[in-house]
Design a protein around this ligand. Structure first.
Ligand code: C5P
Length: 256
């Protein structure tokens, strides 16, 4: 039986080419720490977190310097070609070290350094509240989609346009309804066995999900959408770095 504890899986094997830096983005330093340290910190400080598995690129020359700064020793595994493969490598490792399939796993991108303890707690509490304690029971009724976990997400607030190429420029063709549309963030939370099987299935079928929730959807399982914070930005461009600098500098000044 799973307790109200979880394991963290942190895919960190990407190279982050879009930022144009020779250093992978998770190792860029902002407000005194690398982004990966910032991303790990709220989990390693959380007593509900059993421990973390970090998926790393094979020729990663930067991790050793981060490892020595962490408040706890974490597990390390080689990542894969796609983010899905890195997550799967970490989930397989959890099975190998004897973690039970019904235990909870939170998957969080190393490139999201501003996730807050409040967001992690909100996600866990929402999922634990709706989840039956064991696989066998079904409190959700036969008609509703099986809810097997949850993800942090943000409802769309901007007007949404579909762009199309017109004379070499992108022009607006139409405006989409944003009703019911959310942006998926991380962490994403599912049981170890169900998530591993869902990702194994995508690998067998040769299709790559954009996130864990999509792999679960392909198995017919839904996820709660738990409102995250606008500051939980995934660093992709230079302007993302400018935004997170403000958030993390503020956090660095907060009493611990
Ligand atoms: O490239 P993107 O920003 O979507 O990557 C999201 C996260 O997945 C990052 O933390 C990155 O390091 C990780 N990743 C990975 N293995 C890959 C590709 C990306 O662990 N093959």
């Amino acid at each position: 039986m799973a307790s109200n504890r979880y394991w963290l899986v942190l895919p960190a094997a990407g190279v982050g080419k879009r930022l144009g830096s020779s250093t992978p983005k998770q190792y860029l330093r902002v407000a005194g720490h690398s982004l990966i340290e910032w991303a790990l910190r709220p989990f390693l400080e959380d007593r509900a977190c059993e421990n973390a598995v970090v998926a790393l690129a094979t020729a990663d020359a930067n991790w050793a310097g981060v490892r020595s700064q962490l408040s706890r020793a974490v597990y390390e595994v080689p990542g894969g070609a796609e983010r899905r493969d890195s997550v799967l490598a970490a989930l397989r490792h959890l099975k190998e070290i004897g973690v039970a399939d019904e235990e909870w796993v939170l998957v969080h991108d190393a490139a999201r350094p501003c996730v807050s303890r409040a967001e992690i707690t909100a996600l866990c509490q929402a999922v634990w509240q709706v989840s039956p304690e064991s696989h066998g029971s079904d409190r959700q009724g036969p008609e509703s989609q099986r809810i097997e976990g949850g993800i942090l997400a943000l409802p769309l607030t901007d007007t949404v346009k579909r762009g199309a190429l017109e004379h070499g420029q992108v022009a607006s063709r139409d405006t989409l309804s944003r009703e019911g549309l959310w942006r998926a963030l991380t962490p994403q939370m599912f049981r170890l066995g169900a998530l591993r099987e869902a990702l194994e299935a995508t690998a067998r079928e040769g299709r790559v999900p954009t996130d864990e929730a999509q792999a679960m959807e392909w198995q017919g399982a839904g996820a709660l959408l738990v409102a995250g914070e606008a500051t939980n930005i995934k660093v992709t461009t230079q302007s993302d770095l400018t935004l997170i600098e403000g958030v993390l500098s503020h956090r660095a000044r907060e009493p611990r």
